[in-house]
Design a protein around this ligand. Structure first.
Ligand SMILES: [Zn+2]
Length: 149
């Protein structure tokens, strides 16, 4: 965790957001990253997502079972989703979503949005062309040699 915190501090000095993350397997750091949203013009370049990308590339797998993530702040909903998709075993975090809200980040707001039904969220969304899109799902279900994840 101390490494993740150091990354978050270095990130502020280098023009990134105040977030750092480290992925560990068997007690060894296999990937680390800091927030590069404004540096890379990439709103998905959060420390956790970037660390996951580095770890999966290094290990040559999309499945990070057996790994843990240390992040200087509670993962936002995007990163939490990525952590679930990557099958990381455990999350350690230092600052939390309320701490992030106090310095101007939307993590807590997005968590609140998730609790709303889609029609009540601030960001409008509507179901569109569902019947047409379901063909790919049918194809997936019928595919015998698919790689499930
Ligand atoms: Zn995030």
């Amino acid at each position: 965790m101390m490494r993740a915190i150091t990354l978050s501090e270095n990130s502020v000095k280098n023009g990134g957001g105040p977030f750092g993350a480290v992925i560990v397997k068997n007690g060894e750091i296999i990937a680390e990253a800091s927030n590069c949203v404004t540096i890379d013009n990439d709103p998905t370049a959060h420390a956790e997502v970037s660390a996951i990308r580095k770890a999966t590339k290094k290990l040559g797998t999309y499945d990070l079972s057996g790994c843990e993530i240390y992040t200087s702040c509670e993962p936002c909903p995007m990163c939490l989703g990525a952590i679930y998709w990557a099958h990381l075993d455990k999350i350690y975090y230092a600052n939390d979503r309320k701490d992030a809200a106090r310095i101007g980040f939307d993590d807590d707001f997005i968590y609140q949005e998730l609790e709303q039904k889609p029609q009540y969220r601030k960001k409008p969304s509507e179901v569109f062309m569902q019947a047409e899109a379901s063909k790919a799902f049918d194809m997936w279900m019928q595919k015998d040699d698919k790689t499930e994840y």
